[in-house]
Design a protein around this ligand. Structure first.
Ligand code: S3P
Length: 436
């Protein structure tokens, strides 16, 4: 048996005396995934501008290439996807490796359930521990033939494509990955498929399907789709990722003497909870130059150093800021008073257990944190300490730790710098470039 040892590359970050710059962050990860998927299913060629060159998105890109889709990368980084139509994908010769990407494996589960071929989806050591029953359960109700480890809870997943039937499904979790998997399966089902969710999760699938000419009905508690609708290719312009902008928003708020203009950021209301949260914490966060690109609202975000105060975060706000809660916990650590995060049990099943991982990081830096099953409370303090922290292989934990390091009294060393390539390949350069 072949064995190898992966050597982590640590990175040390020290405090900043101020941050001042005009920056653009890489393309939105969620929208980039969907642009490849829907472009592949469409009739005609889709030009994708602003595609995120992150490892997660290449997992999706490689999977579609393995199913016969021609995808060209142009010199300027843009992509051209030669769509094969709703029924044009081919059986992949090998297992499809989704790497670290939950969006890839869950959305593709829905898509592959209705194909007329066999496929297997797997991923890295972290993805293989994440729950898949949440997609297998509704897909099996639609007639999908799927298996996975531990009774279908974990990847690898084996899928024998089948004709599907439409269902009405009430999801126990507010998850865009679950909702999108069912809507994609619904494209291949007879009749109208409806998904209800407890709170609105990000609606990029619904918006982009409409952009490709598909009728999707969005309503207060969910969305529905009729099977058999063809997608017509249309160019996609991917805005900057608000989840990546989040690190710089918090950094500019907590580092004194800072002002950052973050240009061209997607501010879809189903994703923009961080803006509401930081403003409620007394943060100076201003939207300028608001506009719409390919069905998605976009703005430049101006952020200035602020005296933050603790707040309570729960309910419908949580899915709107789910990926930003790690870095919001850093803002909370620098705020006056206590911040309480509730209803965020989903954080336990992300790339790592983000409640445990952020509590560890903040406690090492001297912050008082009490965890709960569904969140944590964080007591803000004037100064953070330094130390050695662990990212647990999770890009957002590594980047949140780097933001905390900008206000730490001593150096902070993060064990793994490379995991940020999942969503933000240029992060370490950018965090240095913006210092005064
Ligand atoms: C995503 C949905 C979210 C989010 C993830 C990307 C998507 O997950 O955390 O990073 O692209 O649909 P859930 O839908 O499982 O909450």
């Amino acid at each position: 048996m072949k064995g190898y040892i992966v050597k982590l590359q640590p990175v040390s970050i020290c405090a900043a005396s101020g941050l001042r710059a005009e920056i653009t962050v890489p393309g939105d990860k969620s929208i980039s995934h969907r642009s490849i998927m829907f472009g592949s299913l469409a009739k005609g060629q889709t030009l994708i501008k602003g595609f995120l060159h992150g490892e997660d998105n290449f997992s999706t890109l490689n999977a579609f290439r393995a199913m016969g889709v021609a995808i060209d990368q142009l010199d300027d980084g843009n992509l051209i996807v030669d769509g094969r139509g709703l029924h044009g994908l081919c059986e992949p010769e090998d297992v499809l490796d989704c790497g670290n990407s939950g969006t890839t494996i869950r959305l593709m589960s829905g898509l592959l359930a209705g194909q007329d071929f066999f496929s297997v989806l797997t991923g890295d050591q972290y993805l293989r521990k994440r729950p898949m029953g949440r997609v297998l359960t509704p897909l099996k109700q639609m007639g999908a033939m799927m298996q996975g480890r531990c009774g279908g809870e974990y990847a690898p997943l084996a899928i024998t494509g089948q004709p599907l039937r439409a269902i009405d499904y009430t999801s126990p979790v507010a998850s865009a990955q679950v909702k999108s998997a069912i809507l994609l399966a619904g494209l291949y089902a007879d009749g109208t498929t409806t998904v209800y969710e407890p709170h609105l999760s990000r609606d990029h699938s619904e918006r982009m399907l409409r952009h490709f000419g598909v009728e999707v009905n969005s309503f207060a508690g969910g969305a529905s789709i009729n099977g058999g609708q063809e997608l017509i290719a249309r160019d996609v312009v991917v805005p900057g990722d608000i989840s990546s902008a989040a690190f710089f928003m918090v950094a500019a708020l907590i580092v004194p003497n800072s002002e950052l203009l973050i240009c061209n950021v997607g501010i879809n209301p189903s994703r923009a909870g961080i803006i509401d949260i930081l403003q409620a914490m007394n943060g100076s966060v201003e939207l300028v130059n608001e506009r719409v690109m390919a069905g998605e609202p976009v703005a430049d975000i101006l952020v200035k150093s602020s005296e933050l105060k603790g707040i309570e975060i729960d309910g419908a706000l949580v899915p709107r800021a789910i990926d930003e809660l790690p870095v919001i916990s850093v803002a909370a650590a620098c705020a006056e008073g206590t911040t309480v995060i509730r209803d965020a049990r989903e954080l336990r099943v992300k790339e790592t257990d983000r409640i445990a991982a952020m509590a560890d990081v903040l406690q090492i830096l001297g912050v008082e944190v009490v965890t709960a099953d569904d969140g944590m409370s964080i007591v803000g303090r004037e100064h953070l300490g330094g130390g050695q922290v662990k990212s647990c292989g999770d890009h957002r934990i590594a980047m949140s730790s780097a933001v905390a390091a900008l206000v730490a009294g001593e150096e902070v060393t993060i064990d793994d710098s490379q995991c940020t390539a999942i969503s933000f390949p240029n992060f370490w350069n950018m965090i240095e470039q913006i210092r005064i």
